[in-house]
Write a protein that binds this ligand. Sequence first.
Ligand code: NDP
Length: 326
Amino acid sequence: LCFANVPKYQLNDGRRIPALALGTYLGYDKNGAVIPQNNLVRDVILQAIDVGYRHFDTATIYNTEEEIGQAVRIKVAEGAVKREDIFITTKLWNTHHRREDVLKALRESLSKFELNYIDLYLMHWPIGLSEDYSYSDVDYLETWRGLEDAQKLGLVKSIGVSNFNKQQLERLIKEGRVKPAVLQIEIHPQIIQTELVSYAQSQGVVVMGYSPFGSLVMRYGIDFPGPKIDNPTLLEIATKYSKTTPQVVLRWLVDRNIIPIPKTVKYSRLKENINIFDFELTKEEIQKINEFDDETRYTIPSFWQSHRYYPFEKVDNPIPNPFSRS
Ligand code: NDP
């Protein structure tokens, strides 16, 4: 039942990472991250392993670590895969940026997974927060020391960062002891991130692209402007290869050596989204898709934009803080 043999990239720490990851973020409601219901994520991961997914992307804040761990342990017990065939990425949340808190947070994650190591631990944001979600000015370099500690202990094999801008990544590479193995950022046709991607890749940092479908799909129940699933430019390319437009967009990321992280909970789409390793776009087609770029982000935590380590450009009307506990 294995539909695809997903290739791997070499990381700068000697390990290898599958070139496609399944996203597991189900969204937020008014109380914070959505809690998965009825073992939804567990069952999706079981199906995903059957169709060939070997890399799962989660974060402490997504509430899906437990169910991913359950599914992986079921498949290992069945003998379908070995633990070392599976690559699990999770992320440190912003409230645990003090060096000693990193290990605490990671150990909590490990106990949710019920696994004794995870493959990749990312600092979710360069932004540190206190327990009550007020700003903390702990430097992300201090946080990085905590990730380095965790790697030394073998609790996590590789370490990296997410949502860092170029200056922050440069500083981390210059002043950290261990070079980040991975940078995870938002990448889709409307935000192609040419400069940050080429800087990271020139430094031997593997890039993962989140929200890969951009405006092709609804976000927060809203249909945003930008190329849709029936966009004529994308359709023309898709028709040429007998693929769908979501597959073309995922392949556009792969052809730029970026690991796409498509999320789906639907079996047919699990198969569709992994079935992208039997064709390749031309330079001209990649360029055509690049032309959708208008630097549109969908993940903009503008409620943190006055934080000293906020990584993105500021907006005029920041949205109220959904995490606020006051
Ligand atoms: P995606 O771009 O993966 O879009 C997901 C949406 O697309 C879902 O609504 C899904 O619906 C739908 N979809 C999936 N496949 C198809 C298809 N073939 N055709 C049509 N619709 C499809 O967005 P996300 O924002 O979820 O990003 C993906 C992952 O990236 C997250 O799950 C998370 O793991 C990671 N991420 C990381 C962030 C960070 O800060 N580091 C921030 C945001 C995301 P359905 O499930 O019903 O199929």
